[in-house]
Ligand binder design. Structure first.
Ligand code: PLP
Ligand code: COI
Length: 342
């Protein structure tokens, strides 16, 4: 395979040009056949609803090269379902699930040479998005949409990789309203989160840990990832909330934690509980499992690890999850789909 000359083991989580992206148009009530193109730009109407009224939703998943050389994606059907929910929530045309999966397969197949080699820790990040492209000046849904999937080879989201990060509890700025759109993957949520994340970084933390916007008592999630804690008796607990993104990684970890005897539970988690955990992590496609080294809440701080060594619970979960993604462990649940030759 004619792979590009990249320093695969040291990639950051950034955009790199690949050979193709794929785009489909929804017009007069139906999606077209989609087209692969090397063009990195899109021509867009100046009154498109994505530009004015935030009609945009996206997804994130990864393609991997496994230990036996197979090129695969992880739980793409879950991303297809979540994209549909996101689109419906903000009144956009939603790509049917089969079309979403086909689009991912077509664009990854066309960019196989950018799938990082097994063992480098890197992966091919797949970013599907839907945007309202039809013009409106009044606040209404567009009458035309584009579904686009781009891919880019990436390394870890947090530049330290599988090393502990430091969170600060954010109870001043909110990311998402209690009955708003925090439970879907729409771009506006990330714009809303920028000021908290940037402030946390300026203060020397890696990311924020949001509290629920209504009572400011319960843990919601981190900026780019869900949160889990491990109680002193080894239970995996993760927040139940209407304003967090239902993470596919977290859902997978709940299954794996169950197998590992960690009695996983999704429930409201009072912020005071952070002081009783023995380990904690952030989880998501980009974040994978990122161990949490410390959490600061006003003038109180809890530390789960010393130095750069991830906690034992995070390590076991990380090995279980990435083992399946990389084909080192059995895929009992059918989470892996091999990229077909298209
Ligand atoms: N929470 C937020 C706000 C996210 O952006 C993501 C990333 O997709 C996640 C959680 C993790 O979700 P997933 O595991 O499906 O990638
Ligand atoms: C992902 O994990 O796929 C995401 O979309 C998170 C994003 C903030 C990079």
């Amino acid at each position: 395979m004619d792979r590009p000359d990249l320093d695969w083991a040291h990639l950051d989580f950034g955009y790199r040009k690949t050979d193709y992206n794929i785009r489909y148009t929804w017009r007069d009530g139906e999606w077209d056949e989609g087209v692969l193109t090397p063009d990195e730009t899109i021509p867009i109407h100046i009154a498109a609803t994505c530009l004015h009224y935030g009609q945009e939703a996206f997804e994130g998943l990864k393609a991997y090269e496994q230990v036996n050389g197979d090129q695969v994606v992880f739980r793409v059907d879950e991303n297809a379902r979540r994209m549909k929910r996101s689109c419906e929530k903000i009144f956009m045309a939603a790509p049917p699930e089969e079309m979403f999966i086909e689009a991912v397969f077509r664009v990854v197949d066309a960019n196989r040479r950018f799938i990082p080699p097994y063992g480098t820790g890197a992966s091919l990040y797949v970013r599907p998005l839907v945007i309202g492209t039809g013009p409106q000046v009044g606040v209404k849904p567009a009458e035309e949409y584009m579904f686009l999937v781009l891919v880019t080879p990436v390394g870890p989201y947090f530049k330290t990789g599988f090393k502990p990060v430091h969170l600060v509890v954010e109870d001043e700025y909110d990311r998402a309203a209690p009955d708003g759109v925090g439970d879907v993957k729409v771009g506006g949520n990330y714009a809303a989160g920028l000021r908290a994340t940037l402030r946390a970084k300026q203060a020397g933390y890696t990311e924020v840990l949001y509290l629920d916007a209504k009572e400011k008592k319960y843990i919601d999630e981190s900026g780019p990832a869900n949160f889990f804690g491990i109680t002193k008796d080894g239970q995996y607990v993760t927040p139940e909330s209407h304003s967090i993104l239902p993470s596919i990684t977290n859902k997978s970890l709940i299954t794996l934690a169950g197998e590992m005897g960690m009695n996983p539970e999704r429930r409201k988690i009072h912020v005071e509980e952070i002081f009783g955990f023995r380990d904690a992590g952030c989880c998501g496609t980009a974040a994978v499992i990122t161990p949490v080294g410390s959490i600061t809440w006003h003038d109180r701080k809890v530390e789960y690890v010393t130095g750069d060594v991830p906690g034992e619970d995070c390590t076991r979960l990380y090995e279980a999850l990435t083992g399946i993604q990389l084909g080192e462990r059995e895929d009992k649940y059918g989470w892996i789909r091999k990229i077909p030759e298209m």
